[in-house]
Design a protein around this ligand. Structure first.
Ligand SMILES: [Fe+2]
Ligand SMILES: [Fe+2]
Length: 283
């Protein structure tokens, strides 16, 4: 285990792999959350930490800490290269770097003829994992995300682990709407803190709204896959979540494809990044 991945997982990729296994195409719906001996203990241990520690107070605090974007100034490519080093150094067995996962996602989107902003979204969607650079532990960087401050859906993985979360002792937070109200709109809802929410705040001024939703909610499986939590969404959120659903297969299923050749593709993506982002942005 590397020093950059503070937690049970051998690497941050292990969570992505587990999500792929959970939602692989040939799995029947009933089997989605059936865990057996094939689920690595480290994944269980990871969710035990994640579910116990992601409280409303924690998510609000991290959002306040990071949304002012005071940590660094760097370009998209520098973040990409730093992420590659950070995440993959700790995982000598990984056959696919973070850059390659991002490129495979964007290349699959491009191959299907989607617009340039959609391709860009695929290319940058996991850059929020640079949170590890600021010392954040695994349980605050990756994992399925979920609203905090209201009752947890039983469609979230390992719902039983929430019993260790202090919010479970607060009756107000455990009601259906908690601190929110019916169809209050996702802008008013705090999700558990991680790479999705972080990158949303970093990139929201530069990308169109559907891209913002894809970035912010791509790990919220209980909503975009299991269709729960619609009672917190506005009609506009419901429309935008369709974009998150459109994005998800590219994130999940592009991994087994042929390795993209960064050297060949780099000029295309240099242009694409420069079309949307200045040379440096605040992180
Ligand atoms: Fe992700
Ligand atoms: Fe991803």
């Amino acid at each position: 285990m590397g020093t950059t991945t503070n937690g049970p997982l051998e690497s941050l990729d292990q969570w992505d792999d587990d999500v792929r296994a959970r939602y692989r195409a040939d799995r029947k719906k009933d089997e989605f959350r059936v865990y057996d001996d094939s689920t690595p203990q480290v994944v269980r241990d990871f969710y035990k930490q994640n579910h116990a520690l992601q409280t409303l107070e924690f998510a609000r605090g991290k959002r306040a800490e990071y949304e002012s974007r005071q940590k660094a100034e760097m370009g998209i490519w520098e973040a990409m290269e730093r992420l590659n080093t950070l995440v993959d150094d700790s995982d000598p067995d990984t056959d696919l770097s973070q850059i390659e996962h991002n490129l495979q996602t964007s290349e699959a989107i491009r191959a299907d003829g989607h617009p340039r902003w959609f391709q860009l979204t695929g290319f940058i969607h996991d850059l929020g994992k640079v949170l590890t650079m600021w010392g954040e532990p695994q349980w605050a960087v990756v994992g399925d995300t979920f609203p905090v401050g209201c009752r947890w859906s039983d469609k979230i993985v390992y719902p039983e682990f929430f019993s260790a979360n202090p919010d479970s002792q607060n009756a107000e937070l455990m009601s259906r709407y908690g601190v929110y109200s019916e169809q209050c709109g996702l802008e008013n809802v705090n999700l558990s803190w991680g790479h999705d929410e972080y990158l949303y705040h970093i990139t929201k001024d530069y990308v169109p709204e559907p891209a913002q939703y894809m970035i912010r909610y791509h790990s919220w499986y209980s909503a975009h896959r299991e269709m729960d939590y619609q009672y917190l969404m506005s009609d506009h959120d419901m429309e935008m979540m369709e974009w998150v659903r459109k994005f998800n297969p590219y994130d999940l299923y592009s991994k087994s494809a042929v390795k993209p050749d960064l050297a060949t593709l780099r000029p295309y993506y240099e242009d694409l990044v420069a079309e949307f982002f200045p040379a440096k942005i605040k992180w």
